[in-house]
Design a protein around this ligand. Sequence first.
Ligand code: ADP
Ligand code: ADP
Length: 230
Amino acid sequence: MAVELEDLTKTYDSGAGVVTALDGVTTHFAEGTFTAVMGPSGSGKSTLLHCAAGLESPSSGAVTIAGIRLSDLGETALTRLRRDRVGFVFQDFNLVSSLTAAQNVALPIRLAGRRADDALVRAALTEVGLGDRAGHRPRELSGGQQQRVAIARALFTRPAVLFADEPTGALDNRTSHQVLELLRGLVDRHGRTVVMVTHDPVAAAVADRVVLLVDGRITDELTGVDAAGV
Ligand code: ADP
Ligand code: ADP
């Protein structure tokens, strides 16, 4: 499932004036590929990811996921698309501290008013190497384990596209490596499309393609062997 961004702009009108976060971004995240988005702080990386995932609407331009233009969808259809087709992973995991790993994985389904099958929840945790941690709460897990719970949750509805905003930003090298391996495996073994914002060149080296964002514009792209040398 590919994601297309067409001439995306996003401006924020804050008290202090208008900020242009995205300034005409056009790109394509091909199905079954892993893209890293890099760039200085404030260059628009998070805004790009949020717009691409339908979490924010652009000021102008279009986002198309699997041939569906997000601006054509009503609120209900957009909510359903965000829930079922797209996964999102955050730097700080965003787990609910009072819930177990299993309950966190099941939460989006529960919030949608459906029942989560216990065996499927267990399988999702096993996939990320945490089959024996289903009953643990976030504070009883390491950072890397918490991020893997968050990834299991993001993947639970089997979305074809996973967006990750600095998924290793709060992790040490070793646990970062585990999370990156997991993301790489989603692309290589399951044909998922992954788009990851990162500051870390080591993380970016796992991607097939690196997109460089400066002042809300794509200024450079590296693919394949080049990407590993960033
Ligand atoms: P990055 O992720 O590369 O650090 P962001 O996408 O977070 O960049 O931000 C891009 C620009 O948009 C920055 O100048 C930031 O201050 C501004 N910005 C982001 N979100 C908002 C917001 N909700 N309101 C006002 N300005 C914002
Ligand atoms: P596809 O045919 O698109 O690969 P599958 O039916 O094989 O779809 O299911 C996709 C795979 O994604 C399944 O093996 C599922 O368990 C797996 N999956 C779900 N969550 C995770 C995860 N957290 N890590 C790795 N794989 C996962």
